[in-house]
Ligand binder design. Structure first.
Ligand code: PLP
Ligand SMILES: N[C@@H](CCOP(=O)(O)O)C(=O)O
Length: 540
């Protein structure tokens, strides 16, 4: 279905829904809608190949972001100088000069990409600082000359397992014409993460502690977006990685770290292949790596690192995407599926709580590309192929909803997933061991999510041998997860959490006044809460 004419735009600057209901949308439509009306996620019609990527090697982070974003956003939507301004404002808030420093930790070919130097100390800032400024820009443009109730008010509702929430709040607090309500699973985020969110008392920020899991929070958000009445009345906006702008912003650090590696390692030549290892939950971060790969970055493999919530790892091993496997649990609560351990009873609480996710939202986007590749073998035209891909994704997602899973997928589909990705599952004991090892060997303190990645990277290095450089993404600052870090390092005589890890901003955070409301796991209750807050804001 064509929703408008977009003659001046390239195919990578117009967007469709993974379930086939929307087609030909602009970047602004996609950023403001977040989720498609058919429940699908937005994707550009095609991923652009960056023919000139070699010439990007010496660009600063903001300059590189501008090059990459320009491939996905037409200048008739956001003029280049405006986009440059949005980008510069977004990355000027980072504590590191090069935004995302690359650190060589060991005598092996393993590098750590530190993505936690933004305001909320997690990788989410790389995208949410940008998204906050983008919303502000779009709203200012929409509201020129408008007053009071005529102004377009964006009602952001987001779900978090701890990091998206505080990054979104830092990106949106105090901004005009936008309010943000963040749902977190009560008692399942770390104390610092909870305090980072709930101690923000700006008038446009609301926190809800949901009696449920992260997946329940994510389902509530999607239910609100899928309710046409609520959406029309409130102008809902998304900060989760369902919003394509989140994925777009994350592509940048794959390219940037590749060039950083070339500067650091003389043996490494531009054009050589790299493995990226990504601690994975909702599949947004690694999906950005997939985009970078398709754009032309020489990636040997993308390695998915899951914690014990391993739906993705099981998919790569079995071709089945199932919330939980068949019964018959072993002593540890684990289950055996094709020789692969799974578990029953929903999401498991781990030491890397931000990845305690049962269903990975962005996996739907990869499924679309896999289905598209499969459909293209039939040899029909592009429109037909896209329609086929949308129908396949819709059928898979229907089975996931109604039957709790789908698959096994066709072997060709699984093989095509395996061409680009490998997967690893990392248990809590292995996570603790890695934190301890890295501290005792090189004095570096990993947060538990980054430790899941590093554990997977070491296994991957064992397979490839040391010739293949590995960049493991470090997704959060260790101070956010004091419990896991102190547990891992309790026997290290010299370790002192306050002196070595804790940033000044976090000291005394738990003593500040908090604003948070408890709420049932019920999307209608959340809808009523949000409606009432927005009403007050618009009137007051
Ligand atoms: C610290 C941390 N690491 C890793 C992840 C997983 O990233 P993604 O959901 O993009 O797969 C998250 C949350 O999503 C996180 O907060
Ligand atoms: N780990 C995330 C979960 C939400 O993921 P998102 O990338 O879709 O926003 C968190 O910390 O909130």
């Amino acid at each position: 279905m064509a929703n408008g004419t977009t003659k001046a735009r390239t195919e990578s600057q117009v967007y469709l829904s993974t379930r086939g209901g929307d087609y030909d949308l602009s970047f602004e439509d996609v950023v403001l809608k977040g989720l498609a009306a058919d429940g699908g996620l937005f994707l550009p019609h095609e991923i652009p190949v960056a023919a000139d990527w070699l010439s990007w090697r010496d660009l600063s982070y903001p300059e590189l972001a501008l090059r990459i974003f320009s491939l996905y956003i037409s200048t008739d939507e956001i003029p280049t100088e405006d986009l440059r301004g949005i980008i510069e404002r977004s990355y000027s808030t980072f504590r590191a000069d090069d935004v995302v420093p690359l650190v060589h930790l060991q005598d092996t070919n393993l590098y750590l990409l530190e993505l936690f130097h933004g305001p909320s100390y997690s990788f989410k800032d790389c995208a949410l600082q940008f998204l906050g400024n983008l919303f502000e820009y779009i709203l200012a443009r929409k509201n020129v000359g408008k007053e009071g109730k005529d102004r377009h008010h964006l009602t952001v509702v987001g779900a978090t397992s701890g990091d998206t929430g505080s990054a979104a709040i830092h990106g949106l607090r105090g901004k005009k014409d936008v309010s943000v309500t963040i749902l977190h699973p009560k008692g399942r985020v770390s104390p610092i993460q909870e305090a980072q969110m709930t101690t923000c008392t700006d008038a446009n920020v609301y926190n809800l502690a949901v009696n449920g899991t992260f997946d329940d929070c994510q389902d509530i958000v999607k239910a609100l977006f899928n309710d046409p009445e609520t959406n029309a009345a409130l102008h809902l906006g998304a900060v989760n990685s369902i919003n394509f702008a989140r994925i777009l912003a994350q592509i940048v650090y794959y390219f940037y770290s590749y060039f950083s590696l070339a500067r650091k390692n003389e043996a490494f030549k531009i054009g050589d292949k790299v493995r990226y290892v990504v601690p994975t939950g909702n599949f947004g971060d690694i999906l950005a790596g997939y985009f970078a790969t398709r754009m032309g970055l020489p990636v040997e493999k993308l390695v998915i690192a899951t914690n014990e919530n391993d739906i993705l790892d099981r998919f790569w091993k079995t071709g089945r995407y199932e919330k939980q496997a068949a019964p018959a649990s072993d002593a540890a609560g684990g289950l055996e599926v094709d020789g692969v351990k799974a578990h029953e009873g929903g999401v498991r609480e781990t030491l890397s709580p931000a990845m305690d996710i049962l269903v990975s939202s962005n996996f739907e986007r990869l499924l679309w590309f896999l289905a598209h590749e499969f459909a293209s073998t039939v040899g029909m035209d592009e429109e037909f192929t896209r329609r086929q891909a949308g129908q396949e994704v819709e059928a898979w997602l229907r089975d996931l909803k109604n039957k709790g899973g789908f698959g096994p997928v066709y072997m060709d589909v699984l093989n095509s997933a395996r061409k680009t990705f490998e997967s690893e599952r990392v248990s809590d004991p292995q996570t603790l061991e890695t934190i301890k090892d890295f501290y005792s060997k090189v004095g570096y303190v990993l947060d538990p999510h980054s430790a899941v990645g590093v554990t997977a990277a070491l296994r991957s290095l064992d397979r490839t041998g040391p010739a293949v450089p590995h960049i493991s993404l470090s997704t959060a600052h260790p101070a956010k997860f004091a419990g896991a870090v102190e547990l891992a390092l309790k026997d290290e005589a010299t370790f002192n959490f306050e002196a070595e890890v804790l940033p000044e901003e976090f000291v005394g955070l738990d003593k500040l006044p908090k604003r948070v409301a408890d709420i049932d796991n019920d999307w209608k209750a959340v809808r009523e809460f949000v409606k009432a807050q927005v009403q007050k804001e618009i009137e007051g």
